[in-house]
Design a protein around this ligand. Structure first.
Ligand SMILES: *[C@@H]1O[C@H](CO)[C@@H](O)[C@H](O)[C@H]1NC(C)=O
Ligand SMILES: *[C@@H]1O[C@H](CO)[C@@H](O)[C@H](O)[C@H]1NC(C)=O
Length: 654
């Protein structure tokens, strides 16, 4: 009945949408910088390139097409002849979607002396000019899925650097070096969003190309590093920057979602929250493409109308959850089916936050872990749901991915990736589970460190985990450690009200100032991480009986005592054989430092990563200096940790 009056809403909405539509792009353009978080319509499009709302499509729906797009104004790399030539740095996010197994060709980032490219044969040469270029000088980084050995390609999934010729100066299999320096292949045509960085130094002529799955921060080691003298192009006058692509026989899509470029500086990071990444990752681009814009708009308006009706109806039911969650949600029915009615045989465990069930999603047969929680606080549900939405966007290979949620009555059901190998504490304490060797343990420690580092410093908003512990570290198929439950501690912490005495976290991992003041910070996470890594080396619980008296003792104090009474190595798990004593010693000492009782003497996660990777050396110290006040004179590396001084948290305490 309320819906009878939806028409005026629709008109107003239609207007707002159209007006808002033109303003959804976050665009910064200047003489030496451009940032496109999504694309405006005013770019120079050529060939089959199309602007599709918030992203660019370079090849058309038909096979055998090519297209290119350039920033609408040229860049100037040199002020006047003889003056220094600018360096540049650029980053962009793209997707290649080759449906129906038709291969496309690939996509390039290009700098060109002209924006007026001839339409070369459709579907060929990645949309690059293929002529004896007296007229066109160009430089391109190609993301190529076709093997043309005569062009210097090494395989059918490579990244290459081209200068004035389609024969690559250098070419490498697409992929990236992860934080431990291992090479991981990226399949370009996997429909996954990929981010690339291209950095050029005009003095040394060094060119680096780096690639990573979207959401992983820029890898330290570039995929490809070569020297190429671009002076002849960059000193030529106006230079046009943009992208080109071509498709093969069948229809295939090449999309650019966002782009940032800067001369003589580091390109601004992209704002993932406004790029169309999720649309691509959850539905594939065809979901967006197939519907003509008008249909999309119509559907959008109908959905809006329905939402408004719902909203009006629900306005009175103020006890109801209210969300504007941008992430996939599951139906309660699906989750009931997935867990065979939440049967006990599907129960994986019971944690502080509720029960966790294993489930098999009926539609995709994907294995998932489903956590049933009943948030205690009635207040702040709205904020909480907003936070859940943010957590859904957090992606890192050492974090357990939140796939979606479902709300049912007062319950919230969170759906996560299923981790087949269970939690780490089982491997440390369960006598029936094989013990992990040192290499494995160190790998897990480094992985968890990298996950926390990502939450603290790498993601656009700081996220405090609040409950780092061995039972929250889960092991995936390849026995990589992944941290679960991030951000969830808020559920049970009563809004961090000064009047409550309840502190979220787990005894043994709670920093002294957290117990005292009740405020979780990055430093309280570092404290818990310190206890955690000691636990992994010693194979002992964070609080346990002292060997002689039987009184309870904190693990860090026990290790310090062992160290003072002899060697720190005596604290190592007796199950552990064949370990590298320097590594073990480093981890134990780092653990003690991280769990220092004075928060300002704990290192930040950036520094922790450097210590673990050997990028920085841990200053030698004596066990006595760990007692509060002892290390007053020594400070953690402030330059490295400067950014961690301000602690902001999305988990807004009140
Ligand atoms: C290329 O990468 C190397 C190794 O990380 C680095 O030392 C160099 O400064 C980089 N060059 C540019 C132009 O970014
Ligand atoms: C780079 O190219 C420019 C223009 O072609 C040339 O003048 C310069 O000597 C080259 N630099 C080096 C180091 O080869």
């Amino acid at each position: 009945m309320l819906c009878l009056s939806w028409r005026p809403y629709l008109l107003v909405l239609l207007f707002l949408c159209l007006a808002g539509h033109l303003n959804t792009f976050d665009v910064i353009v200047g003489n030496n910088e451009l940032v496109y978080n999504g694309f405006p319509p005013d770019m120079n499009l050529g060939g089959q390139a199309l602007w599709r709302g918030n992203f660019l499509s370079l090849t058309g729906a038909l096979g055998g097409t090519s297209g290119h797009v350039f920033c609408s104004y040229p860049l100037s790399f040199q002020n006047h002849p003889g003056s220094p030539i600018s360096s540049f740095s650029t980053t962009f996010v793209f997707v290649m979607d080759f449906n129906n197994h038709h291969k496309g060709n690939g996509l390039t980032f290009m700098l060109s002396s002209t924006s007026d490219l001839p339409d070369n044969l459709p579907g060929q040469y990645l949309g690059l000019p293929y002529s004896n270029s007296d007229v066109h000088v160009f430089f391109a980084v190609e993301f190529d899925t076709v093997l043309n050995p005569e062009f210097g390609d090494i395989d059918n999934n490579h990244v290459g650097v081209d200068f004035n010729s389609l024969v690559s100066v250098e070419s490498q299999t697409a992929g990236f070096y992860d934080y431990i320096g291992e090479f991981q292949t990226i399949v370009l045509e996997s429909e996954k969003t990929v981010q690339s960085w291209v950095d050029y130094d005009s003095k040394s002529h060094q060119l680096n190309v780096t690639l990573a799955p979207c959401y992983i921060s820029k890898p330290q080691i570039p995929l490809l590093s070569t020297t190429v003298n671009l002076s002849s192009l960059l000193s030529l006058g106006p230079v046009y920057a943009g992208f080109s692509a071509s498709s093969g026989k069948g229809s295939s899509g090449h999309y650019v979602l966002g782009w940032s470029l800067k001369l003589d500086g580091v390109a601004q990071p992209l704002d993932y929250t406004v790029l169309s990444i999720r649309e691509f990752e959850s539905h594939g681009p065809n979901y967006l493409i197939r519907g003509a814009p008008s249909i999309v708009l119509a559907v959008f308006l109908i959905v809006l109308a329905v939402l408004i009706c719902r909203h009006l109806r629900k306005a009175k039911e103020d006890d109801d959850w209210e969300i504007k969650c941008g992430m996939p949600s599951f139906t309660y029915k699906d989750l009931v089916t997935a867990t065979e009615g939440f049967s006990n045989k599907m129960l994986l465990g019971k944690g502080g936050f509720g029960r966790v069930y294993k489930g098999v999603l009926p539609t995709t047969t994907q294995h998932v872990a489903i956590k049933r929680v009943s948030p205690e606080s009635k207040q702040g549900k709205k904020e909480f749901m907003a936070e859940i939405a943010i957590l859904g966007h957090v992606r890192h290979r050492n974090l357990v991915q939140l796939l979606g949620y479902c709300r049912y009555k007062q319950e919230l059901l969170l759906v996560y990736d299923y981790m087949p190998n269970g939690s780490l504490d089982k491997y440390l304490y369960d006598k029936n589970t094989p013990t992990l060797d040192w290499a494995r343990r160190l790998h897990i420690i480094k992985g968890v460190a990298s996950g926390i580092f990502y939450l603290h410093e790498d993601w656009e908003q700081v996220i405090i985990h609040r409950d780092i512990k061995a039972s929250n570290v889960l092991l995936d198929d390849d026995m990589n450690g992944r941290l679960g439950d991030f951000g969830l501690a808020r559920l049970h912490d009563h809004g961090v009200d000064a009047h409550t005495t309840h502190v979220a976290g787990t005894w043994g991992y709670i920093a002294p100032e957290l117990a005292r003041l009740g405020k979780a910070t990055k430093a309280t996470d570092v404290f818990a991480f310190g206890v955690f890594i000691i636990e992994v080396v010693c194979g002992r619980k964070p609080i346990g009986p002292a060997s002689t008296s039987g009184d309870l003792l904190a693990l860090a104090d026990w290790v310090r005592g062992t160290w003072q009474g002899g060697s720190i190595i005596d604290a190592v798990d007796s199950e552990l054989k064949d370990y590298d004593t320097t590594e073990v010693e480093l981890v134990l000492k780092l653990g003690l430092l991280c769990s220092h009782s004075l928060s300002r003497l704990r290192p930040c996660m950036r520094l922790v990563m450097l210590y673990l990777e050997g990028g920085a050396r841990l200053v030698d110290f004596q066990p006595a200096s760990l007692v509060a006040g002892g290390r007053e004179d020594e400070k953690v590396d402030e330059a490295v940790c400067a950014s961690s001084a301000t602690t902001v948290t999305i988990i807004s305490g009140r």
